[in-house]
Each structure stands twice: as structure tokens, then as C-alpha cells.
Design a binder for this molecule. Structure first.
Ligand code: S3P
Length: 168
């Protein structure tokens, strides 16, 4: 079979990158992070991509980098929180080995602080109203795509990774 062995999905602050690293180490597989692949492909940071190309430009690039990653990667792939919002990406992800990392709002608030480096959170004092809106809009999409769901709000990234391997 081609494509990633595990794909991690979930809102900003869920710990997709840190859990993904732990999970890849545990499974002895390579780890790939979609945001890092995008930055590598564009040679620019995510805030810079949003500033110059807007969200639509970012999503188009994200969808094309994801398409390549779904073919090229055979390890653990962590997505960005909005990667499921492009219809093409949603279709490509459907049926994949997808784990949803679930967190609640207080955990997100603690982890995200002011939301620095995450343009979707608006750059203001309090990123949580926007986080809440995005969580409400995307939650149903996440749950629809996920084959497994795990509580990613408690314990270390290693413990969450262990819970995932126990579940799969
Ligand atoms: C985004 C989430 C980010 C990154 C970009 C947009 C989103 O990834 O892809 O800032 O729309 O939720 P993380 O979920 O890893 O923070």
C-alpha cells in the first residue's frame, strides 16, 4: 500500500506535530509535517504566505503539497488544522488512516497563548473566539474523516502516541 501509515488531524493546539514525532519514533517510521513541507516548498513562512497570497492562496498551495505528500510519504503525516477545508484535499483524504486529536477550549487556550505565528487566529489579544469559530466549523468535517479519535488534551505527547498505537 502506498501513502502515509497514519495521518494526524485536529485543531490548532492539538499537538499534531509533537504527537506525530513521538508516534513516528514509536512505529519506527519517518515523520512528515504538512506545514513544514509547505514552508520548504515555498521558501517562505506561513504568516508570510498568508500575508502575500491570502488564505485562498495558502489553501491552494497546501492542497498541492498534500497531494504530493499523500503519494510520497509512507510514514506519519501531521496535517495543519485547516488542511481539510479544500474540497480536493477532503476528497483525497477520505478513507485514509486518519486519527483525530481532540482537545477542548481551555487546553487550546493554554497551548496557543496569543496565537503567535498562526494567521488564522487573527493576531489580536485573544485568539480564542476565532479558535472556537473554526472548531465549530471544522469539527464535523474532522469527525467525518477520522477513523479513530483520541483525547490529546491530557498527558504528554508520548502518552498520546501510545494511546494511538493501542487503538489502531
Ligand atoms: C491553520 C493551521 C496551521 C497552519 C496555518 C493554518 C488553520 O497549522 O497550517 O497557520 O487554518 O487551522 P497547525 O494546525 O499545525 O497550527
Amino acid at each position: 500500500m502506498t501513502g502515509p501509515a497514519v495521518i494526524l488531524l485536529g485543531p490548532m493546539g492539538a499537538g499534531k506535530t509533537s504527537v506525530g514525532r513521538e508516534l513516528a519514533a514509536r512505529l519506527d517510521l519517518p515523520f512528515e509535517d504538512l506545514d513544514a513541507l509547505i514552508v520548504g516548498a515555498a521558501g517562505r513562512s506561513i504568516p508570510d504566505l498568508f500575508a502575500t497570497d491570502g488564505e485562498d492562496g495558502f489553501r491552494a498551495l497546501e492542497a498541492s503539497v498534500l497531494e504530493s505528500a499523500l503519494t510520497a510519504s509512507s510514514g506519519v503525516l501531521a496535517l495543519g488544522g485547516g488542511a481539510v477545508m479544500h474540497p480536493d484535499s477532503r476528497q483525497r483524504l477520505r478513507g485514509g488512516p486518519i486519527v483525530l486529536l481532540e482537545i477542548d477550549e481551555p487546553v487550546a487556550a493554554e497551548r496557543l497563548g496569543r496565537g503567535h505565528g498562526r494567521p488564522m487566529l487573527g493576531g489580536g489579544e485573544d485568539p480564542m473566539p476565532r479558535w472556537r469559530e473554526l472548531a465549530a466549523e471544522r469539527g464535523p468535517v474532522y469527525r467525518d474523516l477520522a477513523r479513530w479519535r483520541v483525547d490529546a488534551g491530557h498527558g504528554t505527547a508520548a502518552a498520546v502516541a501510545r494511546a494511538i498505537t493501542d487503538m489502531m
